[in-house]
Design a protein around this ligand. Structure first.
Ligand code: SDX
Length: 434
């Protein structure tokens, strides 16, 4: 820990306070303001946490200016090119790349936790058939907390590890069954001889009445997409999991809260919103420029979904990688005319936006959600399942960040303060006198 400090002078009272300046491995130095209220009697004000670090973490590093993303120090480009989703899960959870034996053991462990308790099947039938699968996923994942009392000492590292394995293993089953329930199709059980993504595709698309072999191209593309979505520092849903978990709530409830946060179109729900936007553009018969102009109009709530990012003020490195997969998949597969039309519109929109002063000035680049929706469509995945797959991928990030928080014996319950702007010291008026 460095002994650098920052001095804050209260111009009103002349009072000075020296605060520690913390040095990261990489990235901006961070002022430790925990003593500020005690020393100066002031809170800090930072809605949306634009300049606020909520924790110290060694899991994922982002450099928004340079478009850098690293999991446990490994660049996303190298993991995307050489790793697998389950190997990335091992890396994130164990903070090291596995040996061959360790990876085999981990894959065996995950494979053998993919089943759900039979009683959980009844949870699905409590939903309407047209329920959004994200609503089902929030409910079913939260309900898992009712099934694992045996391993729920969250202060026991072994219990935290088995919980991580269970969640990583069961999310594809819950995701696929959410889809099957909405389609009125029978649930397909996991098949242990299949890989993680082949198993998911099998549970999504196979039918008891005929043989189904998952398309290896799709399984590989999906595995890559899961790698790219696995973790992303202290984004809204991860911060939600940390905050919910900071009260020592059970991890299934904390992850269910994260799924709920991810659902929003400003966050993980953007991939579904991008496709709806591209379809609206294609069906409108209006020019691309008219939509770009609407996105720039402060009086119009329309935004270019899939553009902009709180951290990346450069191209989202994941969007660069997903863009390549997108083109490859649409070339390799006999994609429908509509999918090609959506991709053409996306490419044209990207070109117009990247040359427009409004977007350039605000560093608004395509983010991870801009292309992922087109790939999911090419895979035959329905739009309301896009964010479900994002949640499936991000589960390892959520549970790793949760475990990191709990492994810090000094962790506290998260309890932000506020800038109060309401009325004060009013006299109660009896109703007959109002
Ligand atoms: C994800 O945090 C993460 O890491 C998230 C994520 C992850 O992996 O977990 O990366 C996944 O959530 C990606 C983001 C997906 N969301 C979208 O694509 C929705 C569209 N994007 C925006 O809603 C927005 O860009 C956010 C929410 C992503 C970021 O918003 P910020 O950081 O709060 O930025 P802002 O709203 O303050 O915008 C700054 C300016 C504003 O204009 P001015 O007030 O300066 O004039 O840029 C404008 C905004 O109006 N702006 C946009 C825009 N995004 C920002 N204008 C038009 N279209 C957009 N998409």
């Amino acid at each position: 820990m460095s002994d650098e400090t920052v001095t804050i002078i209260d111009d009103t009272t002349g009072k000075k306070v020296q605060l520690p300046l913390l040095s990261p491995t990489r990235g901006p130095k961070t002022i430790d303001i925990s003593a500020l209220y005690k020393e100066l009697g002031y809170f800090t004000f930072d809605p949306g946490f634009v300049s606020t670090a909520s924790c110290a973490s060694s899991i994922t590093f982002l450099d928004g200016e340079k478009g850098v993303l690293q999991y446990r120090g490994y660049p996303i480009e190298q993991l995307a090119a050489q790793s697998s989703y389950l190997e990335v899960c091992f890396l994130l959870i164990n903070d090291k790349l596995p040996s061959r034996q360790e990876l085999d053991d981990f894959e065996y462990e995950i494979t053998n936790h993919t089943m759900l308790h039979e009683a959980l099947k009844r949870f699905f039938s409590g939903f309407r058939r047209d329920a959004h699968p994200m609503a089902i996923m929030v409910g079913v994942v939260g309900a898992l907390g009712a099934f694992y009392h045996d391993h729920m000492d969250i202060h026991n590292p072994e219990h935290r590890m088995i919980t991580a394995h269970r969640l990583i293993a069961k999310m594809p089953t819950i995701a696929a069954w959410s889809y099957r329930y909405a389609m009125g199709k029978p649930f397909i059980y996991p098949v242990n001889s299949m890989s993680y993504t082949e198993n998911f595709l099998n549970m999504m698309y196979s039918m008891p009445s005929e043989k189904y072999t998952p398309n290896p191209l799709l399984a590989k593309a999906l595995d890559l997409i899961l790698i790219l979505h696995a973790d992303h520092e202290q984004n809204a849903s991860t911060s939600t999991v940390r905050l919910a978990g900071s009260s020592d709530a059970n991890p299934f409830a904390a992850v269910a809260a994260g799924i709920a946060a991810l659902w929003g179109p400003a966050h993980g729900g953007a991939n579904e919103a991008v496709i709806r936007m591209l379809m609206e553009i294609n069906e409108s018969g209006k020019s691309l420029q008219s939509f770009v102009d609407r996105a720039k109009d402060k009086d119009d709530s329309f935004r270019l979904m899939g553009f902009g990012h709180r951290v990346y003020k450069n191209y989202d490195p994941r969007a660069k990688l997903i863009r390549v997969i997108c083109h490859q998949l649409l070339n390799d597969m006999e994609s429908t005319g509509e999918q090609k039309k959506l991709l053409e519109t996306a490419m044209a929109l990207e070109k117009v936006a990247l040359e427009d002063g409004y977007f350039v000035k605000r560093n608004l680049y395509p983010n991870v959600d801009f292309y992922s929706g087109i790939i999911f469509l090419a895979m035959g995945i329905p739009m309301n399942m896009f964010t479900v797959i994002f949640a499936m991928a991000r589960t390892v990030g959520w549970i790793t960040q949760w475990a990191e928080m709990l492994s810090d014996d000094n962790h506290k319950i998260g309890r932000p303060r506020q800038l109060y702007t309401g009325p004060i010291d009013l006299e109660y008026v009896p109703i007959e006198k109002r």
